[in-house]
Design a protein around this ligand. Structure first.
Ligand code: TXA
Ligand code: MG
Length: 317
């Protein structure tokens, strides 16, 4: 059976991609499953390998902002400001799509999502190619985004997939997505580690399109990130009732408690918590616990993206 293979050879990966093949690539947020954005067959292969519905559009990754005019029909002034301040980096902009953009990428929407990653290996790959890559997170649909090579390999075991080595991802959560459409106030469609405050979007109202319809982020509609083991919130009662069970795993947010099962303290600082959250869930899944219990982090803006992701993987009850 074929297995994913890791490589440091950027030219080998660039060559495979430029021939219409796929490769997993590091970014500063999470690993991506990349294909040449101008090759419809390669883009289709990404949907197939991920098991992703064709109604869920992909983000286009660019070498630098000079490529934006090939993909966006127009770039509102507020988008230019965000590009200047936050690219390269963990920010995706949803802009009006250029008419030449494949509908496979946009899932038939009139907008396109663009980002310029800052990860040095990814940046060098994009420079080498001189072309754009689509790259959804490198996980099977509805699974947790991988933040290191080993977790990409786990997702695609049995596949002949080349993984470009870039080490553990620094950010650890997917990019912040902001829609900036003409004559509309910018709107945050997916929270990320760049907060509303940092982006200078504190005043943005809730977003509606020109026709009054909400702009959709198709991938955000569903429960999206599931570990194999069921995950639940933990409170004092759970700690008391389950703390001595060896088969229950725990994720603490600072203030760790003595428990019998596997546990990890991700700390009380949101940046480090975000960086290690997904890897911790993969590591706990590998231990096959009966359940994972998560101590709720604080409810404030710095933790918004973490709460957004946790709310997708934690079950009620
Ligand atoms: O950090 C990231 O953004 C990672 C790395 C690999 O770049 N990529 C990533 O891609 O998270 P993906 O496909 O797993 O999530 C992209 C999200 C999906 O929820 C999708 O629905 C949304 O972006 N999206 C893509 N194009 C869009 C568009 N034109 N309008 C609204 N949402 C869009
Ligand atoms: Mg994803």
């Amino acid at each position: 059976m074929p297995e994913p293979r890791q490589t440091r050879d950027i030219h080998q990966v660039a060559s495979r991609l430029s021939k219409g093949g796929l490769a997993a690539i590091p970014t500063e947020t999470v690993y991506g499953l990349a294909a040449l954005a101008t090759n419809d067959q390669a883009v289709d292969a990404v949907f197939v390998l991920k098991g992703r519905p064709s109604s869920n559009p992909l983000i286009v990754h660019l070498p630098d902002s000079s490529h934006v005019s090939d993909w966006a029909a127009s770039v509102p002034p507020e988008a230019k400001r965000l590009m200047r301040e936050f690219w390269p980096g963990p920010l995706t902009l949803v802009l009006p799509a250029h008419e030449s953009v494949s509908r496979r990428i946009t899932a038939g929407q009139s907008t396109v999502a663009l980002r310029v990653p800052s990860h040095p290996v990814c940046a060098e790959l994009l420079r080498t190619l001189g072309a754009a890559l689509v790259a959804p997170s490198a996980n099977r649909s509805n699974r947790i985004s991988p933040t290191c090579e080993a977790h990409v390999a786990l997702q695609f075991s049995g596949e002949d997939l080349l993984i470009l080595e870039g080490g553990p991802c620094e950010v650890g959560l997917e990019s912040t997505i902001v829609a900036v459409l003409p004559d509309q106030p910018p709107a945050i469609l997916r929270p990320g580690v760049l907060t509303r405050e940092q982006l200078g979007l504190r005043e943005s109202p809730a977003f509606t399109s020109a026709k009054g319809e909400p702009v959709t982020v198709p991938g955000q509609h569903h429960r999206h990130y599931a570990p194999d083991s069921p995950a639940f919130w933990a409170d004092e009662v759970a700690l008391k009732q389950l703390g001595d069970r060896a088969e229950v795993a725990w994720i603490f947010c600072g203030d760790p408690r003595p428990v019998r099962g596997p546990s990890k303290d991700l700390g009380a600082e949101p940046g480090a918590y975000a960086q290690h959250l997904y890897a911790t869930l993969y590591e706990m899944d590998a231990l096959n616990p009966s359940e994972i219990r998560v101590i709720p982090p604080p409810r404030c803006e710095d933790w918004e993206a973490i709460h957004n992701r946790l709310s997708r993987l934690i079950r009620a009850g």
